[in-house]
Each structure stands twice: as structure tokens, then as C-alpha cells.
Write a new protein. Structure first.
Length: 277
């Protein structure tokens, strides 16, 4: 029987989906990228609400580069309700970062997968300003990048005040990754350094077909490495799929509910407030 989302509300007033995107057909896109369809905030709010999810984290997609306009306008339309993760380069002004913070941005995404993503040099330049604002760093990376990310955070950390990081899409631990792959050791190092969270999301990006049962062992292993530091994200609107063949909203929750103990699964929808609240 398919697992369903627990719709009981949390103490902070609701459940969280920590990874969605919004798109406007009129917004300019990066050269060489696809032209996204219209996926407005109102549509994902309705789908999430039907499953008891009240809060969304709007993640800047790579297709828009450092132009965060679509995401920021969506946040501004719902003051205080949702949160955002922006993409910026080292030239961004403090005034712009402060404006983003007031709108609900709580982190910056660094993308080592997309050819237009910003990377280690930008992280090193921005790290002090992110720490000053209490923001986290979100990495979209493959398993082979985890050693580098661990080294970057170790170098950028301050005594007793590491910069929190969030690893997108199960830290890239895909279905074909060997049990003894070095990436598992590097992920353990990251989690032992503290302030490292893993996002339970993007199953279809991990070499695994629906219903993603081949990822259950990896989900459990990641959860054991990062207890209490898991967040769940739907990855809506699932850009790997055609618009008329999108996975249902609750189907991308199902692997978490099936792989983890109930208390672990519940926490992944509620503990996001610690990062984004």
C-alpha cells in the first residue's frame, strides 16, 4: 500500500517541503538551458497543502543563474510563510543580501553539477558574509565532490561556529554506488564535522526508477550518518519529466516513509525549521 504524508501539524505551525522551484515563462534563462514551462507558486502551494505541507523552501534553479527575481517575487507574495535559497556570486552587495534575508532567504546554493553553477571560489569568498547572517550553504554535488566540500567547510569554519551545509538529493548517493565507495567515508567526515544536513529528495536523479525501492538502503545509511539532520524535499516540478507526466506529490515522499522509522520520517518534514525558520 502506498505510504501517505502524515498531515498532523508541527509545533512551529506546519510541515515543510525543503526543495521546490518556481518558474515563469517570461523570465530570461541562461544560454544553452531549456525554456521552462509556467510553474507558479500557487500551484505547488495547492499540491503541498493537499498533503498537509504548509511551508516551502524555494530553491533558485540553475536555469536562471544569479537572477533570483522569480524566486524573490514569490517569497514577497507570501510574507513570512516560505523560505528561499538563492544563487549569488561574490559581487553581490551586502544590501542585496540583507534584502534577500528580509524576504526569507536563508541560504546560498552552490552547484557543482551544472556547467553554469558557482563553485568553490565563490564559496570561499562568500563564506564570511553567509556566516554573519546565519545562512547555510546548499551543495548540489556528486559523490566525487564530497571530499572537496568537507575540506572547504573545514577551512571556512570558525571555532564553535561552522557554516552549516545542506547536501542536495541524498548527497548524490545513487543506486549504483558501491557500499565501499570512498564517498561514504567523505560523507561521514562531513557529518562528523557538524552542521551538515542531507536532503531526502531527487530520487529520479539517482539512477533509480520509481518507486525507488533500490534507494532504501542508501536512505537508511545516510540517516544513520546524519541523525536529526535530515530534511525532505519534493523537487517539484520535477524538471526531469515532461509536464504531462509528473510524479504525484506524495509519491516522492513514499521512499522516506518506507525506508525510515516513523519518528525519523516525521522529523524530516519538521526539523527544517531549524535551518529555515
Amino acid at each position: 500500500m502506498a505510504a501517505t504524508l502524515d498531515t498532523t501539524s508541527s509545533a512551529d505551525g506546519g510541515l515543510w517541503d525543503a526543495h521546490v522551484h518556481v518558474f515563469s515563462p517570461d523570465a530570461p534563462v541562461q544560454a544553452g538551458h531549456y525554456r521552462p514551462r509556467h510553474f507558479p507558486l500557487e500551484r505547488i502551494e495547492a499540491e503541498a497543502a493537499a498533503c498537509g505541507v504548509q511551508h516551502l523552501v524555494l530553491v533558485q534553479p540553475s536555469v536562471y543563474g544569479t537572477d533570483n527575481t522569480v524566486m524573490l517575487e514569490a517569497l514577497a507574495s507570501r510574507p513570512g510563510r516560505h523560505r528561499g535559497v538563492a544563487v549569488v556570486d561574490r559581487s553581490v552587495t551586502d544590501a542585496e543580501l540583507d534584502r534577500m534575508h528580509a524576504l526569507g532567504v536563508r541560504g546560498v546554493r552552490f552547484n557543482l553539477v551544472s556547467p553554469v553553477g558557482n563553485g568553490p571560489a565563490a564559496f570561499q569568498a562568500l563564506a564570511p558574509r553567509l556566516r554573519d547572517r546565519g545562512w547555510h550553504v546548499q551543495w548540489y554535488a556528486s559523490p566525487r565532490h564530497l571530499a572537496e566540500i568537507a575540506a572547504l567547510h573545514r577551512a571556512a569554519g570558525a571555532p564553535g561556529a561552522p557554516i552549516p551545509c545542506v547536501l542536495d538529493h541524498l548527497a548524490g548517493m545513487h543506486a549504483g554506488l558501491a557500499d565501499d565507495d570512498p564517498a561514504w567515508r567523505h560523507l561521514a567526515v562531513l557529518t562528523e564535522q557538524g552542521a551538515c544536513w542531507v536532503k531526502l529528495s531527487g530520487w529520479y536523479r539517482l539512477n533509480c526508477p520509481a518507486p525507488y525501492t533500490a534507494l532504501h538502503a542508501a536512505i537508511r545509511r545516510v540517516a544513520a550518518l546524519a541523525p536529526g539532520r535530515l530534511v525532505w524535499g519534493s523537487d517539484w516540478p520535477h524538471t526531469a519529466f515532461e509536464p504531462d507526466a509528473l510524479p504525484t506529490y506524495d509519491s516522492v515522499w513514499q521512499p522516506v516513509a518506507e525506508a525510515l522509522a516513523p519518528h525519523e520520517a516525521r522529523a524530516a518534514r519538521r526539523d527544517a525549521v531549524g535551518l529555515y525558520g
